[in-house]
Every structure is written in structure tokens, then in C-alpha cells.
Design a protein around this ligand. Structure first.
Ligand code: SF4
Ligand code: SF4
Length: 129
């Protein structure tokens, strides 16, 4: 089982990507950030993607997402929170916690907020794909 990602009530209402979560059932609830990469900043999983925090987080920043992230990969910036693209395990648990719907999978970010993809990568000094 994947113990601490979401509670049972969340499974029915959240767009969690089961295909991403279930193969990683052996992943502990909390992982040290270094264990998420395979060295030289390369993603551990070949199909790796990330989630992106967008404009509505600015001026909100209530950190609701931080508490549910199983790998502690959501970091506070000056104007908004950011998700580390190499530490995120794509579980989707943070999405329903955001009161302003600011979090999207990187391939579903609304076009008007596309700039936040590059902003997110730049914050961690990680090359954008
Ligand atoms: S999708 Fe990424 S940032 Fe969101 S809770 Fe899961 S691991 Fe954390
Ligand atoms: S829950 Fe939403 S608004 Fe709050 S810090 Fe996370 S992304 Fe920002």
C-alpha cells in the first residue's frame, strides 16, 4: 500500500494518476529529496513529469498543499510556492488541497499560465524539458 498520500475519501474525488501511484506502492511515505534522483539531476523514473503551481497561488500561499505532499517537494518562494520538478512523484495529492486551483500537471497547465512552467523550473535551476 501507499500509506500517506491521501485518505480514502480523497480517492473518489481527486484526479490522482493511479497509473503513476500504484507502480510505486513500495515507495515510503516520506523520502529524502536526494533519493528521488538518479544522480546528476536526472529523474529517477523515465516517465517522470511534474506538477506546476500557477498564478492563483500568488497572494494566497496558504500552504495547504505542503502538508499533504508525501515527499515534501513543495517549497515556499517569495511570491508563491513551487514544486521541485525532480522530487515530485506525480501523485496528484496536492491538487484538491489548493483552495484556488493553482496546481496542474505540467501537460495540463492552462495556456494563459504557461509561463509558470518555466518559472517553476527556473526557481530550482533545473533545465526545462
Ligand atoms: S503531485 Fe508532486 S507536489 Fe503534489 S503532492 Fe504529489 S509529489 Fe507532492
Ligand atoms: S494550496 Fe494552492 S495557494 Fe496554497 S500554497 Fe499550495 S498552491 Fe499555493
Amino acid at each position: 500500500m501507499y500509506p500517506a498520500v491521501v485518505d480514502a475519501s480523497t480517492w473518489n474525488s481527486v484526479p490522482i494518476r493511479l497509473e503513476n501511484v500504484l507502480p510505486r506502492a513500495g515507495v515510503p511515505a516520506k523520502l529524502p529529496p536526494d533519493s528521488r534522483t538518479a544522480g546528476a539531476g536526472r529523474p529517477l523514473f523515465e516517465d517522470h513529469m511534474t506538477y506546476i503551481i500557477t498564478q492563483p497561488c500568488i497572494d494566497t500561499k496558504d500552504a495547504s498543499c505542503v502538508d499533504v505532499c508525501p515527499v515534501d517537494c513543495i517549497y515556499e518562494g517569495e511570491d508563491q510556492y513551487y514544486i521541485h520538478p525532480e522530487e515530485c512523484i506525480d501523485c496528484g495529492a496536492c491538487v484538491p488541497e489548493c483552495p484556488v486551483e493553482a496546481i496542474f500537471p505540467d501537460d495540463e497547465v492552462p495556456e494563459t499560465w504557461n509561463e509558470f512552467i518555466a518559472k517553476n523550473y527556473l526557481y530550482f535551476d533545473v533545465p526545462a524539458p
